[in-house]
Design a protein around this ligand. Structure first.
Ligand SMILES: [Zn+2]
Length: 256
């Protein structure tokens, strides 16, 4: 629990004998998550529970980010994808799903939102935001946000304002990004469409984005496409990598 200046842990994290590597890695992640709350949640707190994600998604994101950047657990993002993000994908396809920024009427509503959407989907979306805005712009935005709002309360608009400044993408682009990712529920499916000639050479490659009928929203995705070769041992080795961003387009299915 991230009490300001004093993080407290339950006895389940005080190991009395040797435990698995996954358990040590999980504990390191929780320690970093709670440390991140000293900024996201304690120094600056959301005005109301609608923006619970402002602290929980950031703490979840920073837990994995700092684990990879500063500790021996360099596979932190792989663990994140397999555990946290898998949890988010599952919850986002249930009838109970909701947008990351939720409409919270009272404290009963607030309690329900400590879930896989607020924590894990929010953190995954922040990873997408770092890819969209650039990591320097993202961290410079965070520094300005804390300077401007230290010991105060904020809403989503305050965060978008600093990111519009530092990313150079402008207020309208950030608002559009927020509408697509934070204010709508549901998942997209991205799939490759590869066309080859008679010799098996790739002649065209497209990424198709689909949405469900319930949540027909297509989103801007910044992704990398990799090409892999087999080596003598049959292992796949990446030979090319490109960064690619899709434009958001209307309609239930788009081709980019
Ligand atoms: Zn937390």
């Amino acid at each position: 629990m991230e009490n300001p200046g004093l993080v407290t842990f339950r006895e389940e994290y005080v190991y009395r004998s040797k435990v698995t590597e996954a358990a040590y890695e999980g504990r390191a992640n929780v320690i970093l998550h709670e440390m991140a709350h000293m900024w996201f949640g304690d120094l600056v707190t959301m005005q109301w529970w609608d923006d619970l994600w402002l602290k929980e998604s950031f703490a979840d994101f920073m837990g994995a980010y700092s684990q990879v950047a500063a500790t021996k657990y360099s596979a932190g993002w792989i663990t994140f994808a397999n555990r946290r993000k898998a949890w988010a994908y599952r919850q986002d396809q249930l009838p109970t799903t909701h947008p990351i920024t939720a409409d919270i009427r009272d404290l009963e509503d607030a309690k329900l939102n400590f879930d896989g959407i607020t924590y894990a989907k929010g953190a995954a979306v922040l990873k997408q935001l770092v890819a969209y805005a650039g990591s320097e712009a993202f961290f410079e935005g965070a520094r300005r946000y804390f300077k401007r709002h230290a010991f105060g309360n904020t809403t989503l608009a305050d965060l978008l304002a600093v990111l519009a400044e530092t990313s150079g993408r402008g207020a309208e682009a950030m608002a559009e990004w927020s509408r697509a990712w934070l204010e709508t529920a549901g998942v997209n499916v991205l799939s490759p469409e590869v066309v080859t000639d008679a010799e098996g050479r790739i002649t065209s490659f497209a990424v198709l984005q689909e949405a469900t009928a319930e949540y027909p929203v297509l989103r801007p995705h910044r992704i990398a496409v990799g090409l892999y070769d087999r080596d003598e041992e049959g292992l796949l080795v990446r030979s090319h990598k490109s960064s690619w961003m899709s434009p958001p387009r209307p309609g239930p299915r788009c081709r980019s």
